[in-house]
Design a protein around this ligand. Structure first.
Ligand code: NAP
Length: 296
């Protein structure tokens, strides 16, 4: 059975089309959604992620500004900038690109963002609201995974979803989204991690397998049930002498082997990545609608 490769790029274009219409409605009322991004240092992956977000914001009609600080910026300077952005009415969303240099306390920086402008949904207030089933916004990558499942006709409702990875940005919030007693959720969720003995025992039981381990091609064909749906969140750089950059991107699954076996699978690149960016735009537009009183 040939598997269906789910194009995250196509789904992200669909979402961005819907968002453009919402932006037009905001503009008719005299508002333009605004996103402020803060980047510290020149980490190549962060530079590339922020550039992608700027490009997509422009496509959707969101006004965006990126503030770049040198690697050795004092923590207080960064906190002062966030305080300024919190009070700047042009911006409905604020994003601080992670990771931050070691001398800066990332937790303190996240907590400094006004929860209403926290479009990454990393602020403890928003994490708590998500867990109790009363979210302000949904965190971008896990929301992207949920939207991929729903928009590709693989609703998680009533399914056994196995998540590999328990990070605060991926595994834990995805659990919190899919476990809710709500349409588009209602899944039975198992979360695995590096201390899970016999990972394959669990992954083979998945109707839907979501992998967010940061471990290149770790999920092999023998670990997946025939007919499962696989969402690969991993983005790993592996050496490739044929590329100008000297590397290429692979996911956490052995895509070429799994594609023969599964019902559907997301590729890397072109799967979860573009949907993560689209969900950031979704959150910025939603935050603007709420802050301008267009929706409650
Ligand atoms: P992370 O913070 O390093 O967490 C990795 C998780 O995987 C941890 O919970 C770890 O377990 C678990 N794990 C690692 N090796 C394992 C193994 N062999 N067996 C079982 N569990 C294992 O990583 P992250 O920030 O969540 O990111 C994960 C991947 O997603 C990375 O490749 C990252 O680049 C990618 N990512 C992609 C997007 C996107 O938009 N596509 C967004 C964010 C991240 P412990 O908790 O026990 O250590």
């Amino acid at each position: 059975m040939a598997a269906k490769i789910i194009s995250g790029r196509e789904l992200a274009d669909q979402v961005c089309g819907e968002l453009r219409e919402r932006v037009e409605r905001l503009q008719e009322k005299g508002f333009t959604p605004g996103l402020a991004m803060v980047r510290v240092g020149e980490d190549p992956a962060s530079v590339s992620y922020v550039r992608q977000k700027e490009k997509t914001a422009g496509k959707v009609g969101i006004y965006s500004e990126t503030i770049v600080f040198p690697e050795d910026i004092p923590e207080e300077t960064l906190l002062a900038k966030i305080d300024e952005l919190n009070r700047d009415p042009r911006f409905h969303g604020i994003l601080v690109q992670l990771p931050l240099p070691k001398h800066i306390d990332a937790g303190k920086v996240i907590e400094a963002i006004d929860p209403r402008k926290d479009v990454d949904c990393f602020h403890p207030v928003n994490v708590g609201k998500l867990l109790i089933g009363d979210p302000y916004l949904l965190p971008c990558t896990p929301h992207g995974v949920q939207q991929i499942l729903l928009r590709s006709g693989h609703s998680p409702e009533g399914k056994h979803v196995v998540i590999c990875g328990r990070s605060n940005i991926n595994g834990k919030p995805l659990f919190a989204i899919l476990i809710q007693k709500k349409a588009g959720a209602n899944a039975t969720v198992t979360v695995c991690h590096s201390r899970t003995p016999d990972l394959a025992h669990f992954t083979r039981q998945a109707d839907i397998l979501v992998v967010a381990m940061g471990s290149p091609r770790a999920i092999t064909a023998d670990m997946v049930r025939e007919g499962a749906v696989v969402i690969d969140v991993g983005v790993n750089r592996i050496p490739d002498a044929t590329k100008k950059s000297g590397f290429r991107l692979v996911g956490d699954t052995d895509f070429d082997a799994l594609v023969e076996l599964v019902e559907a699978i997301t590729p890397v690149p072109g799967g979860v990545g573009p949907m993560t960016v689209a969900m950031l735009m979704w959150n910025t537009v939603t935050a603007a609608e709420i802050q301008t009183g267009l929706v409650s």
